[in-house]
Design a protein around this ligand. Structure first.
Ligand SMILES: NC(=O)c1ccc[n+]([C@@H]2O[C@H](COP(=O)([O-])OP(=O)(O)OC[C@H]3O[C@@H](n4cnc5c(N)ncnc54)[C@H](OP(=O)(O)O)[C@@H]3O)[C@@H](O)[C@H]2O)c1
Length: 322
């Protein structure tokens, strides 16, 4: 493992991507930071330099365009000769029922969250295949395994990202390539994503509890950097339990998660918005979205238990014909 790894991060200006940039900066990485908003990226670059990054450069552009991620890899190679870690975390989301959501917004989520990740992965491989080393981390979501209502395009995209990792690993193994691809599945995180989201639900969006700090996922990404052979990492014990329950009883768990989403994630009436689908959001690009984080650990545990209990209740009701 290089002492100053060359790390490319998409979605580096906010939330999890920004927290990941800070963590690698503290480890004296050489960073290439990618997002659309140039001035916010420059703030993150200054922050990373102050935290100890050896080199920082920003690439502003839309990851759904292959030219953006190609520019990022070309920049990394020109400055540092290689890419050690590539993290795809640039994503958008859009809430609304499948049948009410504008088709263009639905397609835009697929474009950024699937094509954007494929573009990033393709660019990363351009450096990693010839150098015969490297780690690609694709940030998916538990929603790729256990969907929730009002975000079909996002759940579809995250399932596609999980499938991309599986397909790619099989091809890399046939090609006898030592490049690693790790897919990370976080639960709800305390980031600004719900402020940035497009929204056609007619209600304000909140983070669906239980909410975890982005640092929990950063720790998992750092662990993947040290031990890249574990290909899929579902973050938190509660997340793993939920995925297991869903594998066993998909209908019951989907119904329980749907109810939790409706009750806990939707707030007071609010106008529709396209959020950050087409241009960067004017809302803050901080790490935290102000949803709680570690301070609410007890609440998180109680809510995780409530989701499990809800699933059990629905299951029991179905069995007894209620
Ligand atoms: N927060 C959660 O609850 C949660 C849970 C599970 C998984 N995740 C995943 O974690 C990752 C990070 O999300 P987050 O919560 O940190 O969201 P966030 O705070 O909204 O950050 C999204 C980042 O992506 C960039 N971005 C958006 N669209 C882009 C595009 N077309 N091209 C280039 N950059 C783009 C944004 O900057 P610009 O707008 O300036 O481009 C920003 O830097 C995503 O993959 C998300 O799906 C989040």
């Amino acid at each position: 493992m290089s002492p100053s790894p060359v790390v490319v991060i998409t979605g580096a200006s906010s939330g999890l991507g920004r927290a990941t940039a800070q963590a690698f900066a503290k480890r004296h990485a050489k960073l290439v930071l990618v997002a659309r908003g140039a001035s916010t990226l420059e703030d993150v670059a200054r922050e990373a330099t102050a935290l100890g990054a050896r080199d920082v450069v920003t690439v502003s552009g839309d990851t759904s365009d292959q030219a953006t991620t190609d520019r990022a890899v070309d920049t990394a190679i020109a400055r540092n000769g290689r890419v050690d870690v590539w993290i795809n975390a640039a994503a958008v989301t859009a809430y609304g029922t499948f049948w009410e959501q504008p088709a263009a917004d639905f397609e835009r989520v697929l474009q950024v969250d699937i094509n954007g990740y494929a573009n990033g992965t393709r660019s990363a491989l351009r450096a990693m295949m010839p150098q015969r080393s490297g780690l690609i981390v694709n940030v998916a979501s538990i929603l790729g395994e256990v969907p929730q209502p009002y975000s079909a395009a996002y759940s579809m995209s995250k399932a596609a990202v999980i499938a991309l990792g599986r397909s790619l690993r099989s091809e890399l193994s046939l090609a006898n390539s030592p490049v690693h691809v790790v897919t990370v599945l976080p639960p709800t995180l305390d980031t600004p994503i719900f402020h940035h989201s497009a929204n056609a639900t007619g209600h304000e969006l909140r983070a669906l509890p239980p909410v975890y700090p982005a640092s929990d996922v950063v720790d998992v990404i750092l662990a993947a950097w040290k031990h890249p052979r574990k290909p899929e990492r579902t973050v938190t014990g509660a997340g793993r339990v939920l995925v297991r329950q869903h594998n066993k009883r998909p209908v019951a768990v989907e119904a329980a998660v749907a109810k939790q989403t409706q009750v806990l994630q939707l707030g007071k009436p609010a106008p529709d918005t396209t959020g950050n689908l087409y241009t960067p959001s004017g809302d803050p690009h901080t790490v935290s979205g102000g949803w709680g984080g570690r301070r609410r650990k007890t609440g998180r545990l109680l809510l995780a238990a409530a989701v499990a209990a809800g699933a059990a209740y629905v299951l029991g009701a179905k069995r007894s014909g209620r």
